[in-house]
Design a protein around this ligand. Sequence first.
Ligand code: ATP
Length: 580
Amino acid sequence: EIAEVTGVQTCALPIWRGEATPYLALAKTLESIEATSGRLRTIEILSNYLRSVMVQTPSDLLPSIYMTLNRLAPAWEGIELGIGEGLLMKAIAASTGRSVAQIKADSGKLGDLGLVAEQSRGGQRTMFQPAHLTLAHVFSKLGEIAALTGHSSGTKKVEKIQALLVAARGPEARYLIRSLAGKLRIGLAEQSVLQALAQAVVQTPVGQAYPPPLHTVHKSAESDKFKEELAKESLKLKTSYCECPTYDIMIPALLEGGIAGVSLKCRLTPGIPLKPMLAHPTKGVQEVLTRFENCRFTCEWKYDGERAQIHLHEDGSVNIFSRNQEDNTTKFPDIIARLKKCLGGKVKSAVLDCEAVAWDREKKSIQPFQILSTRKRKDAVEEEIKVQVCVFAFDLLYLNGESLVTKSFEDRRGLLREHFTVVEGEFQFAQSMDGNTIEEIQEALEESIRDNCEGLMVKTLDVDATYEIARRSHNWLKLKKDYLEGVGDTLDLVVLGGYLGRGKRAGKYGGFLLACYEPDNEEYQSICKIGTGFTDEDLATHAAFFKDHVTDKPKAYFSFDPSHVPDHWFEPVQVWEVKC
Ligand code: ATP
Protein backbone atom coordinates (compact mmCIF):
# COMPACT_ATOMS: atom_id res chain seq x y z
CA GLU A 1 0.00 0.00 0.00
CA ILE A 2 2.80 2.35 0.90
CA ALA A 3 4.59 1.52 -2.28
CA GLU A 4 1.43 2.28 -4.20
CA VAL A 5 0.93 5.59 -2.48
CA THR A 6 4.47 6.86 -2.74
CA GLY A 7 5.80 4.89 -5.66
CA VAL A 8 8.64 3.89 -3.43
CA GLN A 9 9.66 0.26 -3.61
CA THR A 10 12.99 0.29 -1.89
CA CYS A 11 12.37 2.04 1.37
CA ALA A 12 13.01 -0.94 3.58
CA LEU A 13 10.36 -0.17 6.16
CA PRO A 14 6.98 1.47 5.76
CA ILE A 15 6.71 5.04 6.93
CA TRP A 16 3.11 5.91 7.75
CA ARG A 17 1.64 9.26 6.92
CA GLY A 18 1.94 11.75 9.72
CA GLU A 19 3.61 9.28 12.05
CA ALA A 20 7.13 9.58 13.35
CA THR A 21 9.60 7.92 10.98
CA PRO A 22 11.10 4.84 12.63
CA TYR A 23 14.86 5.09 13.04
CA LEU A 24 14.92 1.59 11.62
CA ALA A 25 13.80 2.94 8.23
CA LEU A 26 16.91 5.09 8.07
CA ALA A 27 19.18 2.38 9.52
CA LYS A 28 17.98 -0.12 6.92
CA THR A 29 18.48 2.44 4.19
CA LEU A 30 22.04 3.07 5.37
CA GLU A 31 22.59 -0.66 5.56
CA SER A 32 21.55 -1.20 1.99
CA ILE A 33 23.64 1.77 0.84
CA GLU A 34 26.63 0.28 2.60
CA ALA A 35 26.04 -3.06 0.91
CA THR A 36 25.67 -1.54 -2.54
CA SER A 37 28.46 -0.51 -4.83
CA GLY A 38 27.89 2.03 -7.55
CA ARG A 39 27.20 5.66 -6.84
CA LEU A 40 24.04 5.95 -8.96
CA ARG A 41 22.43 3.02 -7.24
CA THR A 42 23.23 4.27 -3.74
CA ILE A 43 21.88 7.70 -4.64
CA GLU A 44 18.68 6.06 -5.84
CA ILE A 45 18.29 4.09 -2.62
CA LEU A 46 18.69 7.24 -0.56
CA SER A 47 16.39 9.25 -2.80
CA ASN A 48 13.66 6.63 -2.43
CA TYR A 49 13.90 6.83 1.32
CA LEU A 50 13.76 10.63 1.12
CA ARG A 51 10.68 10.47 -1.12
CA SER A 52 8.89 8.37 1.45
CA VAL A 53 9.76 10.79 4.22
CA MET A 54 8.78 13.84 2.16
CA VAL A 55 5.37 12.43 1.37
CA GLN A 56 4.57 10.78 4.67
CA THR A 57 6.30 12.78 7.42
CA PRO A 58 7.97 15.82 5.90
CA SER A 59 9.07 17.16 9.27
CA ASP A 60 11.51 14.23 9.43
CA LEU A 61 13.31 15.26 6.26
CA LEU A 62 15.71 17.67 7.96
CA PRO A 63 16.89 15.21 10.65
CA SER A 64 17.12 12.52 7.96
CA ILE A 65 19.54 14.64 5.97
CA TYR A 66 21.61 15.55 9.01
CA MET A 67 21.81 11.94 10.11
CA THR A 68 22.76 10.69 6.67
CA LEU A 69 25.62 13.20 6.71
CA ASN A 70 26.30 12.47 10.36
CA ARG A 71 26.05 16.09 11.41
CA LEU A 72 23.94 17.86 13.95
CA ALA A 73 24.02 21.43 12.74
CA PRO A 74 25.80 23.68 10.22
CA ALA A 75 29.60 23.70 10.68
CA TRP A 76 29.71 27.22 12.14
CA GLU A 77 27.61 26.20 15.13
CA GLY A 78 30.50 23.98 16.19
CA ILE A 79 28.33 21.12 17.50
CA GLU A 80 29.98 17.84 16.68
CA LEU A 81 29.86 14.19 17.54
CA GLY A 82 32.99 12.14 18.00
CA ILE A 83 32.60 10.27 21.26
CA GLY A 84 35.75 8.37 22.23
CA GLU A 85 35.84 4.58 21.86
CA GLY A 86 36.29 4.13 25.61
CA LEU A 87 32.90 5.64 26.43
CA LEU A 88 31.21 3.81 23.59
CA MET A 89 32.59 0.50 24.78
CA LYS A 90 31.33 1.19 28.29
CA ALA A 91 27.87 1.95 26.96
CA ILE A 92 27.81 -1.17 24.79
CA ALA A 93 28.96 -3.28 27.70
CA ALA A 94 26.37 -1.79 30.05
CA SER A 95 23.50 -2.27 27.60
CA THR A 96 24.35 -5.85 26.65
CA GLY A 97 25.61 -7.29 29.91
CA ARG A 98 29.00 -8.07 28.43
CA SER A 99 32.36 -6.96 29.77
CA VAL A 100 34.36 -4.10 28.35
CA ALA A 101 37.23 -6.55 27.79
CA GLN A 102 35.00 -8.74 25.60
CA ILE A 103 33.83 -5.72 23.64
CA LYS A 104 37.41 -4.59 23.17
CA ALA A 105 38.48 -8.02 21.95
CA ASP A 106 35.61 -8.15 19.44
CA SER A 107 36.38 -4.67 18.28
CA GLY A 108 39.96 -5.72 17.58
CA LYS A 109 38.65 -8.66 15.53
CA LEU A 110 35.88 -6.89 13.64
CA GLY A 111 37.59 -3.52 13.33
CA ASP A 112 34.27 -1.72 13.77
CA LEU A 113 32.63 -0.94 17.07
CA GLY A 114 29.29 -0.45 15.30
CA LEU A 115 29.25 -4.08 14.21
CA VAL A 116 30.30 -5.16 17.68
CA ALA A 117 27.32 -3.32 19.15
CA GLU A 118 24.95 -4.85 16.61
CA GLN A 119 26.22 -8.37 17.19
CA SER A 120 26.31 -8.00 20.97
CA ARG A 121 22.66 -7.04 20.97
CA GLY A 122 21.76 -9.95 18.76
CA GLY A 123 22.43 -12.48 21.51
CA GLN A 124 20.49 -10.76 24.24
CA ARG A 125 16.89 -11.03 25.34
CA THR A 126 15.20 -8.33 27.33
CA MET A 127 12.40 -8.67 29.86
CA PHE A 128 10.26 -6.22 28.03
CA GLN A 129 10.78 -4.44 24.78
CA PRO A 130 11.36 -0.68 25.13
CA ALA A 131 9.49 1.58 22.71
CA HIS A 132 10.88 1.54 19.19
CA LEU A 133 13.28 4.32 18.34
CA THR A 134 12.05 7.10 16.13
CA LEU A 135 14.31 9.12 13.88
CA ALA A 136 13.42 12.42 15.54
CA HIS A 137 14.07 11.00 19.01
CA VAL A 138 17.50 9.64 18.05
CA PHE A 139 18.44 12.92 16.41
CA SER A 140 17.50 14.95 19.45
CA LYS A 141 19.35 12.54 21.76
CA LEU A 142 22.48 12.78 19.61
CA GLY A 143 22.27 16.55 20.00
CA GLU A 144 21.89 16.24 23.78
CA ILE A 145 24.86 13.90 23.99
CA ALA A 146 27.06 16.22 21.94
CA ALA A 147 26.08 19.16 24.12
CA LEU A 148 27.11 17.49 27.40
CA THR A 149 30.33 18.96 28.76
CA GLY A 150 32.19 19.32 32.00
CA HIS A 151 31.99 17.46 35.27
CA SER A 152 30.71 13.86 34.99
CA SER A 153 29.64 14.41 31.40
CA GLY A 154 31.24 11.06 30.51
CA THR A 155 28.91 9.16 32.83
CA LYS A 156 25.88 11.06 31.58
CA LYS A 157 26.84 10.36 27.99
CA VAL A 158 27.18 6.64 28.72
CA GLU A 159 23.71 6.64 30.33
CA LYS A 160 22.08 8.31 27.37
CA ILE A 161 23.84 6.08 24.86
CA GLN A 162 22.89 3.03 26.87
CA ALA A 163 19.22 4.03 26.83
CA LEU A 164 19.34 4.27 23.04
CA LEU A 165 21.19 0.98 22.63
CA VAL A 166 18.73 -0.93 24.79
CA ALA A 167 15.94 0.08 22.44
CA ALA A 168 17.90 -0.59 19.25
CA ARG A 169 16.72 -3.23 16.77
CA GLY A 170 18.54 -4.84 13.83
CA PRO A 171 21.13 -2.56 12.28
CA GLU A 172 20.14 0.40 14.45
CA ALA A 173 22.88 -0.25 17.02
CA ARG A 174 25.55 -0.28 14.30
CA TYR A 175 24.61 3.13 12.94
CA LEU A 176 23.97 4.59 16.36
CA ILE A 177 27.48 3.74 17.46
CA ARG A 178 29.03 4.92 14.23
CA SER A 179 27.08 8.19 14.40
CA LEU A 180 28.26 8.73 17.94
CA ALA A 181 31.84 7.94 17.00
CA GLY A 182 31.58 10.59 14.28
CA LYS A 183 31.92 8.38 11.19
CA LEU A 184 29.10 6.59 9.39
CA ARG A 185 31.34 4.93 6.81
CA ILE A 186 28.65 4.27 4.26
CA GLY A 187 30.65 5.85 1.48
CA LEU A 188 28.22 8.65 0.75
CA ALA A 189 29.67 12.11 0.34
CA GLU A 190 27.67 15.31 0.62
CA GLN A 191 27.45 15.78 -3.15
CA SER A 192 25.68 12.42 -3.37
CA VAL A 193 23.21 13.40 -0.67
CA LEU A 194 22.39 16.61 -2.55
CA GLN A 195 22.00 14.60 -5.73
CA ALA A 196 19.61 12.22 -3.94
CA LEU A 197 17.55 15.15 -2.68
CA ALA A 198 17.30 16.57 -6.20
CA GLN A 199 16.34 13.16 -7.55
CA ALA A 200 13.65 12.81 -4.88
CA VAL A 201 11.88 16.01 -5.88
CA VAL A 202 12.33 15.43 -9.60
CA GLN A 203 10.60 12.05 -9.20
CA THR A 204 8.00 13.10 -6.63
CA PRO A 205 7.40 16.85 -6.85
CA VAL A 206 6.48 18.63 -3.64
CA GLY A 207 3.23 20.47 -3.02
CA GLN A 208 0.88 17.75 -4.29
CA ALA A 209 -2.35 16.48 -2.81
CA TYR A 210 -2.22 13.25 -0.81
CA PRO A 211 -1.77 10.60 -2.07
CA PRO A 212 0.46 12.32 -4.63
CA PRO A 213 -0.91 11.81 -8.15
CA LEU A 214 2.61 12.31 -9.52
CA HIS A 215 4.58 9.87 -7.46
CA THR A 216 7.08 8.74 -10.06
CA VAL A 217 7.37 11.32 -12.82
CA HIS A 218 10.01 9.41 -14.79
CA LYS A 219 9.22 5.73 -15.01
CA SER A 220 12.64 4.94 -16.40
CA ALA A 221 15.71 6.17 -14.60
CA GLU A 222 17.62 5.29 -17.76
CA SER A 223 15.81 7.77 -20.00
CA ASP A 224 17.68 10.78 -21.37
CA LYS A 225 14.81 13.03 -20.36
CA PHE A 226 15.17 12.02 -16.73
CA LYS A 227 18.94 12.36 -16.76
CA GLU A 228 18.72 15.79 -18.38
CA GLU A 229 16.18 17.10 -15.92
CA LEU A 230 18.05 15.66 -12.97
CA ALA A 231 21.32 17.24 -14.10
CA LYS A 232 19.62 20.62 -14.45
CA GLU A 233 17.79 20.49 -11.15
CA SER A 234 20.67 19.08 -9.13
CA LEU A 235 22.97 21.82 -10.42
CA LYS A 236 20.43 24.39 -9.22
CA LEU A 237 20.22 22.74 -5.83
CA LYS A 238 23.99 22.43 -5.46
CA THR A 239 24.46 26.04 -6.55
CA SER A 240 22.10 27.22 -3.83
CA TYR A 241 23.81 25.00 -1.31
CA CYS A 242 27.24 26.42 -2.14
CA GLU A 243 25.97 29.97 -1.62
CA CYS A 244 24.06 29.15 1.52
CA PRO A 245 25.31 25.85 2.93
CA THR A 246 22.71 25.19 5.58
CA TYR A 247 20.01 22.55 5.51
CA ASP A 248 18.12 24.51 8.16
CA ILE A 249 17.12 26.94 5.44
CA MET A 250 17.27 24.65 2.43
CA ILE A 251 15.01 21.83 3.59
CA PRO A 252 12.02 23.98 4.65
CA ALA A 253 12.38 25.93 1.40
CA LEU A 254 12.50 22.69 -0.58
CA LEU A 255 9.40 21.27 1.08
CA GLU A 256 7.52 24.48 0.47
CA GLY A 257 8.56 25.40 -3.05
CA GLY A 258 10.72 22.64 -4.52
CA ILE A 259 14.07 23.48 -6.05
CA ALA A 260 12.73 26.78 -7.37
CA GLY A 261 11.86 27.67 -3.78
CA VAL A 262 15.38 26.79 -2.69
CA SER A 263 16.87 29.00 -5.42
CA LEU A 264 14.80 31.90 -4.11
CA LYS A 265 15.54 31.45 -0.42
CA CYS A 266 19.10 30.07 -0.28
CA ARG A 267 21.10 33.08 -1.39
CA LEU A 268 24.43 34.37 -0.32
CA THR A 269 23.76 36.14 2.98
CA PRO A 270 26.19 37.86 5.34
CA GLY A 271 26.47 35.67 8.42
CA ILE A 272 26.26 32.40 6.49
CA PRO A 273 29.66 31.30 5.13
CA LEU A 274 29.63 30.17 1.52
CA LYS A 275 31.68 27.25 0.20
CA PRO A 276 35.09 28.50 -0.91
CA MET A 277 36.61 28.26 -4.39
CA LEU A 278 39.58 25.91 -4.39
CA ALA A 279 42.59 25.42 -6.62
CA HIS A 280 43.79 22.69 -8.89
CA PRO A 281 47.47 21.75 -8.61
CA THR A 282 49.68 22.16 -11.68
CA LYS A 283 53.05 20.72 -12.49
CA GLY A 284 54.65 23.88 -13.76
CA VAL A 285 54.31 27.08 -15.74
CA GLN A 286 53.79 25.22 -19.01
CA GLU A 287 50.71 23.48 -17.65
CA VAL A 288 49.24 26.82 -16.61
CA LEU A 289 49.68 28.14 -20.12
CA THR A 290 48.13 25.04 -21.66
CA ARG A 291 45.13 25.04 -19.36
CA PHE A 292 44.45 28.74 -19.68
CA GLU A 293 45.22 28.96 -23.37
CA ASN A 294 43.38 31.83 -25.02
CA CYS A 295 42.04 33.30 -21.80
CA ARG A 296 43.26 36.29 -19.91
CA PHE A 297 44.48 35.44 -16.45
CA THR A 298 46.28 36.85 -13.46
CA CYS A 299 48.91 35.36 -11.16
CA GLU A 300 48.35 36.18 -7.50
CA TRP A 301 50.74 35.57 -4.66
CA LYS A 302 49.66 32.47 -2.72
CA TYR A 303 49.91 33.49 0.92
CA ASP A 304 50.57 30.80 3.49
CA GLY A 305 48.18 31.54 6.28
CA GLU A 306 44.59 30.74 7.00
CA ARG A 307 41.60 31.46 4.84
CA ALA A 308 39.35 34.11 6.30
CA GLN A 309 35.94 34.80 4.85
CA ILE A 310 35.03 38.16 6.31
CA HIS A 311 31.33 39.02 6.52
CA LEU A 312 30.33 42.60 7.21
CA HIS A 313 26.70 43.09 8.19
CA GLU A 314 24.70 46.26 7.62
CA ASP A 315 24.68 46.98 11.35
CA GLY A 316 28.49 47.06 11.31
CA SER A 317 28.99 43.70 13.02
CA VAL A 318 31.49 41.27 11.52
CA ASN A 319 31.88 37.49 11.31
CA ILE A 320 34.94 35.60 10.16
CA PHE A 321 34.68 32.05 8.85
CA SER A 322 37.26 29.38 8.06
CA ARG A 323 37.73 27.45 4.85
CA ASN A 324 35.44 24.76 6.31
CA GLN A 325 32.70 27.18 7.37
CA GLU A 326 33.68 27.16 11.04
CA ASP A 327 33.07 30.34 12.97
CA ASN A 328 36.41 32.01 13.68
CA THR A 329 34.95 35.33 14.74
CA THR A 330 36.29 35.20 18.28
CA LYS A 331 39.74 34.17 17.07
CA PHE A 332 40.36 37.45 15.25
CA PRO A 333 39.12 40.41 17.33
CA ASP A 334 42.09 42.39 15.97
CA ILE A 335 41.01 41.99 12.36
CA ILE A 336 37.48 43.01 13.26
CA ALA A 337 38.56 46.09 15.18
CA ARG A 338 40.71 47.31 12.31
CA LEU A 339 38.31 46.58 9.48
CA LYS A 340 36.49 49.91 9.69
CA LYS A 341 39.58 51.79 8.54
CA CYS A 342 39.63 49.82 5.32
CA LEU A 343 36.04 50.37 4.25
CA GLY A 344 35.31 52.83 1.48
CA GLY A 345 32.53 55.36 2.14
CA LYS A 346 29.89 53.46 0.18
CA VAL A 347 30.33 50.04 1.79
CA LYS A 348 27.32 48.97 3.86
CA SER A 349 27.61 45.18 3.75
CA ALA A 350 30.16 42.85 2.20
CA VAL A 351 31.67 39.38 2.03
CA LEU A 352 35.41 39.28 1.42
CA ASP A 353 37.57 36.27 0.59
CA CYS A 354 40.98 36.70 2.23
CA GLU A 355 44.02 35.00 3.65
CA ALA A 356 45.06 35.97 7.20
CA VAL A 357 48.83 35.76 7.46
CA ALA A 358 51.19 36.13 10.45
CA TRP A 359 52.97 39.47 10.14
CA ASP A 360 56.19 40.77 11.62
CA ARG A 361 55.52 44.44 12.30
CA GLU A 362 59.14 45.42 12.77
CA LYS A 363 60.50 43.78 9.68
CA LYS A 364 57.26 44.47 7.81
CA SER A 365 57.26 40.96 6.43
CA ILE A 366 55.21 37.81 6.26
CA GLN A 367 55.91 35.08 8.81
CA PRO A 368 55.48 31.34 8.29
CA PHE A 369 52.20 29.55 8.85
CA GLN A 370 53.66 27.77 11.90
CA ILE A 371 53.72 31.11 13.73
CA LEU A 372 50.12 31.84 12.86
CA SER A 373 49.07 28.45 14.17
CA THR A 374 50.20 29.38 17.69
CA ARG A 375 47.38 31.88 18.00
CA LYS A 376 44.53 31.14 20.36
CA ARG A 377 41.67 29.45 18.51
CA LYS A 378 38.76 30.92 20.40
CA ASP A 379 37.83 33.90 22.53
CA ALA A 380 41.07 35.76 21.94
CA VAL A 381 41.46 39.07 23.77
CA GLU A 382 42.82 41.81 21.54
CA GLU A 383 45.28 43.22 24.07
CA GLU A 384 46.85 39.81 24.67
CA ILE A 385 47.50 38.94 21.06
CA LYS A 386 51.19 38.34 20.37
CA VAL A 387 51.10 37.13 16.80
CA GLN A 388 49.96 39.96 14.57
CA VAL A 389 48.16 39.23 11.33
CA CYS A 390 47.84 41.03 8.06
CA VAL A 391 44.78 40.28 5.93
CA PHE A 392 45.40 39.82 2.22
CA ALA A 393 42.09 40.26 0.42
CA PHE A 394 41.79 38.51 -2.93
CA ASP A 395 38.08 38.49 -3.74
CA LEU A 396 34.81 40.29 -3.10
CA LEU A 397 31.72 38.07 -3.18
CA TYR A 398 28.97 40.32 -1.90
CA LEU A 399 28.55 44.04 -1.73
CA ASN A 400 25.72 46.20 -0.40
CA GLY A 401 22.98 43.60 -0.62
CA GLU A 402 24.08 42.11 -3.93
CA SER A 403 25.73 38.75 -4.54
CA LEU A 404 28.67 39.03 -6.92
CA VAL A 405 29.29 35.31 -7.46
CA THR A 406 28.04 35.31 -11.05
CA LYS A 407 30.22 38.27 -12.03
CA SER A 408 33.65 37.74 -13.57
CA PHE A 409 36.76 37.85 -11.41
CA GLU A 410 37.88 40.96 -13.23
CA ASP A 411 34.70 42.76 -12.17
CA ARG A 412 34.84 41.46 -8.60
CA ARG A 413 38.48 42.47 -8.25
CA GLY A 414 37.65 45.91 -9.66
CA LEU A 415 34.93 46.38 -7.05
CA LEU A 416 37.25 45.14 -4.30
CA ARG A 417 39.91 47.68 -5.19
CA GLU A 418 37.37 50.44 -5.61
CA HIS A 419 35.56 49.97 -2.31
CA PHE A 420 38.33 49.01 0.11
CA THR A 421 41.45 50.84 1.22
CA VAL A 422 44.87 49.36 1.92
CA VAL A 423 46.42 49.83 5.39
CA GLU A 424 49.95 48.50 5.33
CA GLY A 425 50.57 45.50 7.53
CA GLU A 426 46.87 45.25 8.36
CA PHE A 427 44.77 45.00 5.24
CA GLN A 428 46.28 44.63 1.80
CA PHE A 429 45.21 43.31 -1.57
CA ALA A 430 46.86 40.09 -2.72
CA GLN A 431 49.73 41.07 -4.93
CA SER A 432 49.25 40.08 -8.55
CA MET A 433 50.79 40.12 -11.97
CA ASP A 434 48.64 40.08 -15.08
CA GLY A 435 51.37 39.12 -17.60
CA ASN A 436 50.97 35.96 -19.65
CA THR A 437 54.38 34.84 -20.88
CA ILE A 438 56.44 31.97 -19.45
CA GLU A 439 59.14 34.40 -18.38
CA GLU A 440 56.74 36.74 -16.62
CA ILE A 441 55.09 33.88 -14.72
CA GLN A 442 58.41 32.36 -13.77
CA GLU A 443 59.59 35.69 -12.48
CA ALA A 444 56.39 36.25 -10.50
CA LEU A 445 56.76 32.80 -8.97
CA GLU A 446 60.29 33.54 -7.84
CA GLU A 447 59.32 36.92 -6.49
CA SER A 448 56.36 35.49 -4.57
CA ILE A 449 58.70 33.04 -2.89
CA ARG A 450 61.15 35.77 -1.97
CA ASP A 451 58.13 37.42 -0.28
CA ASN A 452 57.65 34.29 1.88
CA CYS A 453 54.67 33.04 -0.09
CA GLU A 454 53.93 29.48 -1.18
CA GLY A 455 53.84 30.29 -4.87
CA LEU A 456 51.10 31.56 -7.15
CA MET A 457 47.35 31.25 -7.57
CA VAL A 458 46.45 31.62 -11.20
CA LYS A 459 42.94 32.86 -11.97
CA THR A 460 41.15 33.63 -15.22
CA LEU A 461 39.82 37.15 -15.45
CA ASP A 462 36.84 36.84 -17.78
CA VAL A 463 36.35 33.33 -19.21
CA ASP A 464 35.00 30.82 -16.64
CA ALA A 465 35.80 33.42 -14.03
CA THR A 466 32.66 33.39 -11.88
CA TYR A 467 32.64 32.20 -8.27
CA GLU A 468 30.12 29.41 -8.89
CA ILE A 469 31.49 26.50 -6.91
CA ALA A 470 28.82 24.00 -7.90
CA ARG A 471 29.85 24.30 -11.56
CA ARG A 472 33.56 24.09 -10.92
CA SER A 473 34.90 23.92 -7.44
CA HIS A 474 38.57 24.05 -8.51
CA ASN A 475 38.54 26.97 -10.89
CA TRP A 476 41.93 28.33 -9.93
CA LEU A 477 45.35 26.83 -10.55
CA LYS A 478 48.08 26.68 -7.95
CA LEU A 479 51.73 26.80 -8.78
CA LYS A 480 53.85 26.02 -5.78
CA LYS A 481 57.48 26.61 -5.03
CA ASP A 482 58.06 22.88 -4.71
CA TYR A 483 58.00 22.73 -8.48
CA LEU A 484 60.81 25.21 -8.64
CA GLU A 485 63.06 22.90 -6.70
CA GLY A 486 62.19 20.13 -9.12
CA VAL A 487 60.37 18.03 -6.57
CA GLY A 488 56.70 17.22 -6.30
CA ASP A 489 54.10 18.35 -3.86
CA THR A 490 53.81 17.06 -0.34
CA LEU A 491 51.11 14.61 0.61
CA ASP A 492 49.20 14.36 3.85
CA LEU A 493 49.18 10.66 4.69
CA VAL A 494 47.82 8.57 7.51
CA VAL A 495 49.95 5.89 9.17
CA LEU A 496 48.10 2.56 8.93
CA GLY A 497 50.68 0.21 10.37
CA GLY A 498 54.34 -0.53 11.07
CA TYR A 499 56.91 -3.11 9.98
CA LEU A 500 59.10 -4.37 12.82
CA GLY A 501 62.68 -3.17 12.54
CA ARG A 502 65.75 -5.36 12.40
CA GLY A 503 69.38 -4.84 13.39
CA LYS A 504 69.86 -1.28 14.51
CA ARG A 505 66.13 -0.73 14.36
CA ALA A 506 65.20 -3.81 16.40
CA GLY A 507 62.54 -3.09 18.99
CA LYS A 508 61.25 -0.21 16.91
CA TYR A 509 59.50 0.03 13.59
CA GLY A 510 61.78 0.08 10.59
CA GLY A 511 59.08 1.18 8.19
CA PHE A 512 55.46 2.21 7.99
CA LEU A 513 52.51 1.72 5.69
CA LEU A 514 50.93 5.04 4.70
CA ALA A 515 47.54 5.78 3.22
CA CYS A 516 45.60 8.63 1.72
CA TYR A 517 42.00 9.39 2.59
CA GLU A 518 39.42 8.80 -0.10
CA PRO A 519 36.36 10.89 0.78
CA ASP A 520 33.87 9.30 -1.64
CA ASN A 521 34.25 5.87 -0.08
CA GLU A 522 35.31 7.27 3.27
CA GLU A 523 38.28 4.94 3.42
CA TYR A 524 42.04 5.05 3.83
CA GLN A 525 43.75 3.63 0.77
CA SER A 526 47.34 2.50 1.17
CA ILE A 527 49.67 4.45 -1.09
CA CYS A 528 53.26 3.65 -0.09
CA LYS A 529 55.66 2.32 2.48
CA ILE A 530 58.12 4.67 4.06
CA GLY A 531 61.41 3.69 5.69
CA THR A 532 63.83 6.50 5.06
CA GLY A 533 64.12 10.04 6.30
CA PHE A 534 63.86 9.16 9.99
CA THR A 535 66.45 9.88 12.65
CA ASP A 536 66.96 7.30 15.42
CA GLU A 537 65.15 9.68 17.70
CA ASP A 538 62.16 9.88 15.30
CA LEU A 539 61.96 6.10 15.21
CA ALA A 540 62.00 5.88 18.99
CA THR A 541 59.27 8.53 19.26
CA HIS A 542 57.07 6.78 16.72
CA ALA A 543 57.53 3.39 18.38
CA ALA A 544 56.58 4.84 21.75
CA PHE A 545 53.59 6.64 20.33
CA PHE A 546 52.11 3.83 18.27
CA LYS A 547 52.54 1.27 21.04
CA ASP A 548 49.25 2.52 22.49
CA HIS A 549 47.44 2.45 19.17
CA VAL A 550 48.08 -1.08 17.94
CA THR A 551 44.96 -3.03 16.88
CA ASP A 552 44.55 -6.75 16.18
CA LYS A 553 43.00 -6.21 12.81
CA PRO A 554 42.97 -3.51 10.15
CA LYS A 555 39.94 -1.24 10.36
CA ALA A 556 37.16 -2.12 7.96
CA TYR A 557 37.77 1.18 6.18
CA PHE A 558 41.42 0.46 5.38
CA SER A 559 41.97 -0.56 1.81
CA PHE A 560 45.38 -2.08 1.08
CA ASP A 561 47.33 -4.49 -1.04
CA PRO A 562 47.52 -7.86 0.77
CA SER A 563 51.21 -8.16 -0.10
CA HIS A 564 51.96 -5.08 2.01
CA VAL A 565 50.36 -6.15 5.27
CA PRO A 566 52.42 -4.62 8.13
CA ASP A 567 53.43 -6.49 11.29
CA HIS A 568 51.27 -4.22 13.41
CA TRP A 569 48.10 -2.39 12.47
CA PHE A 570 47.42 0.98 14.08
CA GLU A 571 44.40 3.08 14.77
CA PRO A 572 44.37 5.89 12.21
CA VAL A 573 45.59 8.55 14.61
CA GLN A 574 48.47 10.36 12.95
CA VAL A 575 48.87 12.34 9.77
CA TRP A 576 52.34 12.84 8.30
CA GLU A 577 53.28 15.34 5.67
CA VAL A 578 55.43 13.45 3.22
CA LYS A 579 57.51 14.99 0.50
CA CYS A 580 57.88 13.07 -2.72
P1 ATP B 1 46.92 22.03 0.47
O1 ATP B 1 45.95 21.44 -0.51
O2 ATP B 1 48.30 22.24 -0.06
O3 ATP B 1 46.87 21.41 1.82
P2 ATP B 1 45.00 24.04 0.96
O4 ATP B 1 44.06 22.91 1.18
O5 ATP B 1 45.05 25.12 1.96
O6 ATP B 1 46.43 23.51 0.74
P3 ATP B 1 45.31 24.94 -1.71
O7 ATP B 1 44.43 24.37 -2.77
O8 ATP B 1 46.75 24.57 -1.73
O9 ATP B 1 44.58 24.68 -0.36
O10 ATP B 1 45.27 26.49 -1.80
C1 ATP B 1 44.11 27.18 -1.62
C2 ATP B 1 44.26 28.04 -0.40
O11 ATP B 1 45.28 29.02 -0.59
C3 ATP B 1 43.03 28.85 -0.17
O12 ATP B 1 42.08 28.12 0.58
C4 ATP B 1 43.53 30.06 0.57
O13 ATP B 1 43.46 29.81 1.96
C5 ATP B 1 44.99 30.16 0.20
N1 ATP B 1 45.37 31.36 -0.56
C6 ATP B 1 46.48 32.09 -0.33
N2 ATP B 1 46.59 33.09 -1.20
C7 ATP B 1 45.52 33.02 -2.03
C8 ATP B 1 45.09 33.79 -3.15
N3 ATP B 1 45.78 34.83 -3.62
N4 ATP B 1 43.94 33.40 -3.75
C9 ATP B 1 43.24 32.35 -3.30
N5 ATP B 1 43.60 31.58 -2.25
C10 ATP B 1 44.74 31.91 -1.61
